[in-house]
Design a protein around this ligand. Structure first.
Ligand SMILES: Cc1cc2nc3c(=O)[nH]c(=O)nc-3n(C[C@H](O)[C@H](O)[C@H](O)COP(=O)(O)OP(=O)(O)OC[C@H]3O[C@@H](n4cnc5c(N)ncnc54)[C@H](O)[C@@H]3O)c2cc1C
Length: 456
């Protein structure tokens, strides 16, 4: 077999590399194969060793989901062909980054149907984690917009799984399946109309959690996008105070402004020997952030980059947490258990866990057909927490219990610390997922540090 460039192919050797997730915790070594095309993916899958194989996208999951200690990891970055079809659908290689898709789509008056809070994710990673955005209450998760996925299965076959028809069950398990059904090499998904690269944004500041949550419920029906930044360090009556931003795609860019989205971060953070994030600095930052927000402002035009991807402006911001890294605790609870949001904020603030970034969102109906898809109707809270916080592990273990007792669950793409029972209880479709794996991959060729840790 030879590659399109004519070079002989002998099963790419790969490079021994130390990998982590975005949280920079739990590094493990793997043989990383940079696949140049689908045939090289097939090679890497079929020449895997006893520790199995896994696809990796841009490494933006927080924990160990895109790692495979002692095994093979396939980097699919080179599979990045993108085609926008006349009907607005996108056919993209799994390695295509959202940062590349966004300008391409906007230039045609279209936008991603769902985007996470960073544009440095791949199409493969977005499908595998079934990512959600600020519009879940309106548009669901990414998987709801996928028409088909092409995957390389454990036997080296390339299969097109349509989300409708006889393979729908396999496609649905691949959506949210965290790379455990095969390597996604391409996908087709729908897009939405976006007349400009700006959004019309309303901002309101809320001095306490109840007023913030009440407003979020109210606004669900009228705004496509909605997200609240919550002050994770406030206590007492101010607990859970926050700033709510809601938006819609705007018809025009502001006069005199260029209608464009930067593809790369504007600045990059160097490696820091010591983290500047202390309890005091985080509290001060949160205070400032809260005060700086307008009490109420309507109709502000914000660029796509500012509204969806504020954190992307600084490359490598995860290094802010220093060498020990950080974790993100993200859970969802049903509407009637909204009180768990308060409990989590109270208990974390009681142990002095200083969350620099805490985000509260609303979810609409989930995708029960995708057994490992995270969203379900209700509230989702995500908090970035330095792992060095004393007492953090114990309090999070307790909070896991609260979330599960309320009928909620935790997001695999963010997880770095859960135990198998936590996931088994939260995801009642786990056995259905295992049945699909039995069918597609009975020998468990596809495996990750996360799937070993959580016994998926
Ligand atoms: C700043 C920031 C903000 C974020 N905001 C959100 C958010 O708002 N909503 C949200 O849902 N998520 C969010 N995330 C998480 C992120 O969207 C997901 O973790 C996503 O999966 C990352 O994509 P990736 O390409 O980096 O995949 P990776 O992190 O490399 O991989 C994630 C998982 O997908 C699998 N995978 C990757 N590529 C393939 C493939 N080609 N075939 C099969 N499996 C594959 C991997 O094996 C792994 O299990 C955020 C992350 C960051 C860093």
């Amino acid at each position: 077999m030879s590659s399109p460039s004519g070079e002989p192919r002998s099963g790419a050797p790969g490079t021994d590399s130390l990998l982590t997730g975005w949280g920079l915790t739990m590094p493990t070594r793997a043989r990383v194969v940079q696949a140049r095309d689908v045939a090289e993916v097939v090679d890497a899958v079929t020449t895997r060793g006893p520790r199995g194989v896994l696809a990796r996208g841009a490494g933006r999951s927080y924990g160990d989901a895109a790692q495979n200690a002692g095994g093979t990891v396939i980097d699919v970055a080179a599979l990045d062909d993108v085609e926008v079809l006349p009907d607005g659908d996108v056919v993209a290689g799994a390695g295509a980054l959202f940062s590349r898709l966004v300008p391409e789509l906007l230039s045609r008056g279209r936008f991603l149907p769902v985007t996470p809070g960073t544009r440095f994710v791949t199409v493969g990673g977005a499908v595998a984690a079934d990512v959600h955005g600020k519009n879940h209450h309106r548009d669901g998760s990414f998987g709801a917009h996928v028409r088909w996925v092409d995957i390389v299965t454990a036997d080296g076959a390339v299969r097109r799984l349509s989300t409708e028809g006889e393979d729908a069950r396999l496609a649905a398990a691949t959506i949210g399946g965290m790379g455990l059904t095969g390597v996604i090499v391409a996908a087709r998904f729908a897009t939405i109309a976006a007349p400009s690269s700006y959004l019309r944004v309303d901002t309101t500041r809320h001095g306490d959690l109840d007023s913030l949550m009440a407003r979020m419920v109210e606004i669900d029906a009228t705004r496509r996008y909605s997200v609240a930044w919550v002050d994770g360090t406030a206590r007492g009556p101010a607990l859970g105070r926050g700033v709510l931003t809601v938006g819609e795609h705007a018809e025009h860019a502001p006069t005199g402004r260029r209608d464009a989205v930067p593809v790369r971060p504007r600045a990059s953070l160097p490696r820091l020997p010591v983290s500047p994030l202390t309890k005091v600095s985080v509290s001060a930052f949160n205070e400032l952030w809260f005060r700086r927000a307008p009490r109420s402002r309507d109709g502000e035009l914000q660029s796509v980059a500012a509204f969806f991807y504020p954190l992307d402006a600084v490359g490598g911001w995860n290094r802010l947490y220093g060498r020990r890294g950080f974790l993100q605790y993200q859970f969802v609870v049903p509407d009637e258990a909204g009180g768990v949001v308060r409990t989590v904020l109270e208990r974390l603030s009681a142990v002095g866990a200083a969350s620099f970034l805490s985000v509260l969102k609303r979810f609409g109906p989930g995708r029960p057909e995708s057994p490992l898809s995270f969203p379900m109707p209700g509230w989702t809270l995500a908090l970035d927490l330095p792992v060095a916080t004393p007492g953090l592990a114990a309090v999070l273990d307790e909070l896991d219990g609260e979330v599960l007792a309320a009928g909620g669950r935790h997001y695999l793409a963010k997880d770095s610390r859960a135990v198998p029972a936590t996931i088994r209880t939260g995801y009642d479709g786990l056995d259905r997922f295992r049945a699909v794996r039995d069918e597609l991959d009975p020998d468990r060729a596809f495996i990750s540090d996360l799937s070993r840790r959580l016994d998926l």
